[in-house]
Design a binder for this molecule. Structure first.
Ligand code: ADP
Length: 339
């Protein structure tokens, strides 16, 4: 478990002016879960990563891992407690002249672990990341995804309880990204790691995260459980996670709808709605995908009444009966009538 509480960091720019870069960031990541931190370039994500790994000292706030506030420590005590946080960066930063095996062994050697234990631990880690057969390969002989998996194995050498992955899949091809994300989910479950995943890639978030926090100008502006955000049609972060670029078409009511289902929602809900209630439903944009093992859908639909005109509450109730949450974006006809 890692708890970041009210973390702030200021930098002095070239003109000597002090600019706040992180303004009171709070984030809790329980053991066995993956928290994604997203945000545009310049939002403060890398600074947050550096503060979490204590490469940069926050100006205020705390970083508590397993009940110990690391921001209060320095020297040997900090070095010791910092082992609870393993870090992987965008480039795995493996040493080119050492084999995969030797790279993973490095943190253990620095710590003076006896050789027999190093052998056992490195063997175990190579197996965890599925690369036992690459033990003697040099980084240049590995693919980008394999290098990153070796980097993850090295980050786990000292049995951290937190893994900080800073843009760990940026620059990898889709297949390599998948293999790294699959590994992160496996490590979350096997070792009950608390994983902080800093990324600008929404596909990565949808594929792995349990919770998401969006950071802008050094502040968390939106956050929540991935499932909840995707199931809310009006969620700003949900919209970024599953963006819709709808086409326009004339409609009596324009709706954004969301659903998330283990199979209880009929996939033919659009035809059901049109057949049973004489509605013409135009699909103007949509995104349906398996997320965390459930089918998630976000769509924009236009409804035209061909027979009786349903009131908005009645329409929303019909959708709700199907397990679909809807947000009215526009209702020109209804509005005209109200005038
Ligand atoms: P992100 O990773 O989200 O792109 P960063 O954390 O790299 O954002 O940067 C956030 C802001 O802090 C930017 O405006 C950047 O220019 C500034 N910044 C980052 N590091 C330093 C530094 N060492 N000195 C001064 N300003 C910095």
């Amino acid at each position: 478990m890692i708890e970041i509480d009210n973390l702030s960091k200021r930098y002095r720019n070239a003109h000597g002016n002090v600019t706040p870069v992180l303004k009171g960031i709070s984030l809790q990541v329980p053991a066995g879960s993956i928290a994604a931190v997203v945000g545009p370039s310049g939002a403060g994500k890398s600074t947050l990563a550096k503060c979490i790994s204590l490469l940069e000292r926050p100006d205020s706030g705390s970083i508590t891992v397993n009940g110990k506030d690391l921001s209060l420590l320095s020297g040997e005590a900090l070095r010791r407690e910092r082992r609870a946080i393993g870090t992987v960066f965008q480039s795995s930063a493996l040493l080119g002249r050492k084999t995969a095996w030797q790279n993973i062994a490095l943190p253990l050697e620095y710590l003076g672990v006896v050789e027999r234990d190093i052998h056992a631990r490195v063997g175990e880690l190579l197996e965890s990341v599925g690369l036992s057969h690459k033990a003697q390969a040099y980084p240049a002989q590995l693919s980008g995804g394999q290098r990153q998996r070796i980097g993850i194995a090295r980050a786990l050498a000292l049995r951290p309880s937190v893994l900080l992955a800073d843009e760990a899949t940026s620059g990898l091809d889709p297949q390599a990204t998948d293999s790294v994300l699959k590994l992160l989910r496996q490590l979350r479950d096997e070792y009950r790691l608390a994983i902080v995943l800093i990324t600008h890639e929404m596909d990565v978030v949808r594929a792995t995260a349990d919770t998401v926090a969006e950071i802008r100008d050094g502040e968390i502006v939106h956050s929540g459980a991935l499932n909840t955000l995707l199931a809310q049609p009006d969620s700003h972060l949900g919209q970024q996670l599953m963006p819709l670029s709808p086409v326009t078409a004339p409609a009596d009511i324009l709706l954004r709808v969301s659903y998330r289902t283990d199979g209880s929602i009929r996939t033919d809900w659009i035809s059901q709605l049109s057949q049973q209630h004489g509605l013409r439903v135009d699909l103007l944009g949509g995104h349906v995908e398996q997320v965390n093992g459930l089918l998630s859908g976000r769509m924009q639909i236009g409804i035209r009444f061909t027979h009786e005109r349903l009131s908005i509450p009645r329409l929303l109730a019909l959708l709700a009966q199907q397990g679909i949450v809807a947000q009215v974006l526009d209702a020109p006809v209804v509005l005209k009538e109200a005038v």
